[in-house]
Design a protein around this ligand. Sequence first.
Ligand SMILES: NCCCC[C@H](NC(=O)CCN)C(=O)O
Length: 412
Amino acid sequence: MSGEAELLLELKHRVGSCIDEAESKLHSLSQDIWSCPELAYEERKAHDKLVKFFSQEDGWRVDSHFKLETAFRASWVVGGREQEDVVNVGFLCEYDALPTIGHACGHNLIAEVGAAAALGLKAALETTKGLPVRVQVTVLGTPAEEHGGGKIDMLREGAFEGLDVVFMAHPSKEDAVYLPCVAEHDVTIKYQGKASHAASYPWEGINALDAAVLCYNNMSVLRQQMKPDWRVHGIIKHGGVKPNIIPAYTELEYYLRTLSCKDLPVLKKAERCFRSAAMATSCEVEVEFARNTFDNILRNTTLEELYQRNGKALGMDFTIDEDVLKNESGSTDFGNVTFVIPGIHPYFYIGSKALNHTEEYTVAAGDARAQFFTLRSAKALAMTALDLLLCPELLQRVKQEFTEAKRKENRI
Ligand SMILES: NCCCC[C@H](NC(=O)CCN)C(=O)O
């Protein structure tokens, strides 16, 4: 084995042992976040926990409330000479929860993975003499993945500037280096009608619930004309207050998803469904498109292969089930990040076959059994970062692939 290969192996061991040593404080971090679920943009306690966590670690510069109230940044620099360009490696922490069912997507574990990987990488790098490059390890706390898209806000604010590569990992029911993450746009539809006694003077009323029901049915009819990989799904958030009051106000929320943003003109068709329901019922309608559009994930197979190799060495069992690998796994604001900086968003098993966004998954995300798998994923991410830092040609390859993929998507 060459000297370089030996050093890399030794540093990977150091990543593993540092993360194992920090096991108990990392577990407390994700438990604290899990036991106090907070919604998008309101993750104040999680923000404070993570800021305190990094402030108590040696050497990190911590910026609380970084660009968004509940976002943060922690960074640490090592090696090379002051004036040299820095290779800046980012790990992302998510920590928002879902309404009523808490951490049913396991974002408490995403926060733990980001923190653990950053600690592991730092521990390995600080023992290394003569690093070929100056390195910055950056942790970004990115709020509001489940609603709104905090990473998109942060990209707009320049929070990702200077990063060369970004890593995060998402809990799931299996290990997978990539699952199709699609583009998404959200819409809120509000119908205004007129209340009246539903039995005494129904002719005086304008029924906003009828508009909502027609809207829902129009969208179901539209589904027949959609491509098989498109997804539209909605809920009625307000449907009236009492059967004997003709509903004066109703509200729906729809998520519209397509493989990439190119197909999002489905929005125009959907808008006709929303507006025609208002016309048929004489209601007023307001159609509010969300501020942010979630992009699909731009893949980087160089990063994926490195992560997979490290994951396998740690005992991960990556799924080969084609149904799983081809099936959509929803959307993420990390997609937008991958069009600006090369990155990966692998999925990791947490010791349960429960499905994300269910109460069973909330239980699994808070279970101590998830810890081994969560820390294993963090190790694989930090080891992948080490591969790039010790072999600058690999980082070059990652960047080249990124540029080519963007060109193919006409995004340059
Ligand atoms: N509509 C706001 C975004 C919802 C994002 C959510 N994300 C996940 O489930 C993470 C796994 N990709 C979703 O896809 O519904």
